[in-house]
Design a protein around this ligand. Structure first.
Ligand code: HEM
Length: 376
């Protein structure tokens, strides 16, 4: 915390004269000129892209809310964002409690704390890091603007961090508002109450697959009806469904095989970033997808698309390909394309770091997709 503040002050002094704003060491460099990137690089310890840490060996269920990882309430300056999984890992010390972490720390923490499979962890983390992280310092915020984040860099650069709308963070989240309609990263009590209501109606008082399917549909319909900018095209089309399964996959105690999540436990994760007392992570690594994904996605007549500038005007995304493998490759391609848009002509250490992270991002999809090389 002290270190970050200190670095920030030094950067503010050194960069202020270059482009009139200060960058935090974990802020994105997208949209900056070569001179600005070079000035930034001279002011920080350039870590650059690093290899993905290895998969954990022991994926058995075990106590994870343990003595070494106590929950602490949020201290001033610490950041949390739209992801209850990462928020919880930070509040239990599996990730730095500041909410600022390297992609390697995230890959290891989601495995240790929740038993997310290495492949899935690598895909999600490096996808997010490419579009929301700082490639030179190798740091990313799991939140966004806060006292710690400081002033935004000039457009078209991003404030960055996971709360940045339209990069990874998207519409129709279960417990966070659409960015167009309000706060897209904080827990929203009204939305959670709706989730509770649906779980009572179709889930027998718990969040199960039936409740997940109806929550997903209700949030979809709400965005169609109220958000003229609603975007449900890839990658959001894939992530929106996966995220409704995550509570079932990760927030149910590993000793409980019911596939039904207690709503108070769910609130603890989503609202307070807190594991329940004696919480054991799931048994075996979770790879993503699976039967639950198919059940939820096929429970209503979905297709990827967006509202065409007005509400209740949902049109298909012409780039949609079809099968689930193609959906994953489409997701991969979308993140690579967004990286290219953010960094049209990267040079030097920045280009090198982006290429390492693009390679890391490709590893989990390498058996089914074709690698793109935007910066040969
Ligand atoms: C591996 C690294 C991860 C990254 C980079 C990440 C990032 C994100 C982001 C950006 C969102 C916001 C998407 C949106 O709704 O607009 C999100 C949502 C979510 N994440 Fe994560 N996540 C990660 C791992 C996890 C893990 C391990 C869990 C569970 C233990 C988790 C659970 C969730 C859930 C349930 C949501 C949906 C929240 C809602 O719709 O209200 N995530 N994540």
């Amino acid at each position: 915390m002290f270190l970050l503040s200190h670095i920030y002050i030094v950067l503010a002094l050194q960069l202020g004269g270059v482009f009139g704003v200060a960058l935090r060491p974990y802020e994105s460099l997208a949209g900056l000129t070569r001179e600005e990137v070079d000035a930034f690089a001279r002011s920080v310890k350039v870590v650059g892209g690093q290899p993905v840490p290895p998969a954990i060996k022991d994926t058995s269920s075990k106590l994870v809310n343990d003595k070494a990882h106590p929950w602490f309430p949020l201290a001033p300056g610490q950041q949390r964002g739209p992801c209850p999984g990462l928020n919880t890992l930070a509040s239990h010390g599996y990730l730095p409690r500041s909410g600022v972490a390297s992609p390697g720390q995230i890959v290891t923490a989601v495995q240790e704390g929740f038993n997310m499979a290495w492949d899935l962890a690598t895909l999600v983390t490096y996808g997010a890091f490419l579009v929301d992280g700082n490639p030179l310092t190798n740091l990313m915020s799991i939140g966004s603007t806060s006292r710690l984040t400081g002033p935004a860099p000039p457009k078209p650069a991003l404030v960055s961090g996971l709360s940045t709308h339209g990069t990874f963070e998207g519409d129709a989240s279960m417990t966070r508002s659409d960015a167009f309609l309000g706060d897209n990263h904080s827990f929203n009590e009204t939305l959670f109450d709706q989730l509770v209501q649906i779980s009572k109606e179709v889930g027998g008082g718990k969040y199960n697959v039936s409740a997940a399917a109806e929550v997903r549909f209700q949030r979809f319909q709400d965005s169609v009806a109220r958000n003229p900018t609603f975007n449900f095209a890839n990658p959001r089309f894939a992530t929106a469904f996966v995220e409704t399964i995550f509570p079932l996959a990760f927030f149910i105690d590993g000793r409980d095989k019911s596939l039904a999540l207690d709503l108070d436990v769910m609130r603890g994760f989503f609202k307070d970033s807190r594991m329940p007392h004696d919480f054991h992570r799931r048994e075996g690594a979770f790879e993503g997808g699976g039967d639950e994904f198919d059940i939820i996605q096929s429970s209503h007549n979905y297709f990827p698309g967006f509202n065409n500038g007005t509400v209740n005007n949902f049109v298909p995304d012409p780039n949609f390909l079809g099968t689930q493998t193609e959906e994953i490759c489409a997701l991969y391609e979308k993140f690579v394309n967004t990286t290219m848009e953010l960094y049209p002509n990267p040079q030097g250490a920045l280009r090198k770091a982006l290429n390492v992270n693009l390679d890391n991002f490709f590893i989990p999809v390498s058996s089914g997709c074709t690698q793109l090389h935007p910066f040969p």
